[in-house]
Design a protein around this ligand. Sequence first.
Ligand code: FBP
Length: 551
Amino acid sequence: MELSALQKVRYTYKPKLPGSLSRLVTDIAVQLGSPTESISDQEALKARFKETYGKPLATFVQGKNDALSRRLSVGVILSGGQAPGGHNVITGLYDGLKKGNPGSKLFGFLGGPSGLIDNKQVEISGPMIDAYRNTGGFDMIGSGRTKIESPEQFAASLETAKKLNLDAVVIIGGDDSNTNAALLAEYFLAKDSNIQVIGCPKTIDGDLKNEHIEASFGFDTAVKTYSELIGNIARDSNSAKKYWHFIRLMGRSASHIALECALQTQPNVCFISEEVEAKELSLGQVVDQICGSVVKRAENKENFGVVLIPEGLVEFIPEVKKLIQELNDIMAAHEKDFSDLESFAARRDWLITWLSDPSAYLFKSLPEEFAKELLMDRDPHGNVRVSQIETEKLLMGMVESRLGDLKQAGTYKGKFSSLGHFFGYEGRCAFPTNFDADYCYSLGFSAFVLIASGLTGYLASVKNLTAPADQWIAGGVPLTMMMNMEHRHGADKPVIRKALVDLDGKPFKAFAAMRETWALKTCFVYPGSVQYYGPGEICDQPTITLKLEKS
Ligand code: FBP
């Protein structure tokens, strides 16, 4: 394989570790706190997690710990969407295991959780690790979205782990995958197996965070990659002065990505889905908000601008959310009738007979392309695939038509020409920033310490992330501590609570304080590309979101 100059140099980058992990491995002790409680639904969760509920928080400190030199066999899984830094979690785990005992082994399950179920794995070797140090992507072992949920899948997972003589399984994933990790940890103990399960917090969406998990890895690199691209487009827009750019950004549900990109680039308009839902805005009101900026800027002869749209927006506009829920139910309950209809027109007419009046009215009024996208196959969790729904195009069309009305009424005299973009996959496999490279390596190393110390049902945690890396605080958070019960697909299920944008939080407030100015004036900021080498103030800075949250 031909290597780029940057890749060659990144192989030699030495990720920074928290002070507590930089010493001799046998000098890393685990300090345990008091028993913990889940965030809510304590009784129901205690009943569901009889073996693992309420474990104490773990912090790594200086002290003798001979357990860390045990010979171990561990299996690792990459689960869900790609996020920069995944390879470094594996690298940190591998280096930790080998430092503890050169005879320890690491197996990589291929293609996500299905690799554990079907016993598809590879033993990870030193040369393999060296070929992936500080690189983006999940291609070392691949990822997948299979959920371990049926009794057969749990039993097959245990069988694989036993066959390989594993001491532990590490699951690198988001909220759903780590809920799975908690269930697996519980299952193994309930089946009298001592095989441990440890999770690592991954997702570019940034919605796996709480008091103890300050950030999910990958968010830092993804938002910096998107912000560079948005800044470049904003500058092009300010140079040519003839286009409005509508940019949809990844983030399945939460708008953390859009919010951070807005703080970094200062666009004219940015929607935060959580606010749209809280204010119960209609699709028409969302369109009006964009038109407000277009009209005012046209009065200043600025017929150009940038609009940021979180990809999850459609599911947070109450009327569209209701329509999607009704479509999900109808299509699930009458799957065959629906799939027997071949043309879109036949499907639309059939669906309209089932939909409630308001949803039928909205569905009929949607442009055909967008309505078709709402009918595409659901993901394995039954959700619409928002990454495939071109909300930016819907809004571009609706804004143009509304501006036409305003022109006729004489309240708008500008010119409107728009271009659509979607930034998602561009950021998920970028070379991890120094922050993500260091954070991920530390998470992997922490997973090793948790395993060697005999803990199970924990998420590796590294805190104090706005301080220099040597002051980061590493340890583990019991998975049940982050859980609550939620009604999903007709039943109450234990899940790790997703962290949506907090409308009372500092990042949102900082954005809300500035957006009226940005809507009117051209205040774009051009962040430029991620820097890997150079002064710490440009290479090692965390996101604005994290800095504000910790300030
Ligand atoms: P995870 O939650 O698994 O990290 O994935 C998040 C995400 O990148 C979303 O932002 C996006 O909507 C989705 O994955 C796309 O999924 P896919 O890779 O299956 O197209």
